[in-house]
Design a protein. Structure first.
Length: 114
């Protein structure tokens, strides 16, 4: 199931142009990572991408830049947080420092990341 979810997320990135825009060859800045995460939220508000939480509310498309931050950064990855004050929830986006999105959830817990 986790592989299926990951494959769907990779497709989200491919369709939105993020995968080929960054290609994983060069590191993206923290600001670029935040921009990628905002675009992922928009895609997840457009349709259910099989991530286990369904389609996000349309209001996720308008998350202000001030509500997006690097929650954690480690060797080769960023965890970007998108805080939705209206819903009182935070979306966490795990991506490589090359800009490839690996997983998205509301817990902030990702297997293999402490």
């Amino acid at each position: 199931m986790k592989f299926f979810r990951m494959a769907l997320l990779v497709m989200v990135c491919s369709v939105s142009g993020m995968a080929y825009a960054h290609g994983g060859h060069t590191a993206v800045s923290a600001a670029e990572a935040q921009d990628i995460a905002r675009r992922v939220a928009v895609k997840l508000a457009e349709e259910d991408r099989g991530m286990g939480f369904g389609k996000l509310d349309e209001s996720w498309k308008d998350i202000p830049a001030g509500s997006v931050a690097i929650g954690k950064s480690g060797p080769g990855y960023y965890i970007v947080t998108l805080k939705h004050d209206g819903e009182g929830r935070t979306l966490y986006v795990l991506m490589s420092k090359g800009g490839d999105v690996y997983d998205v959830n509301f817990t902030g817990q990702f297997e293999g990341i402490n």
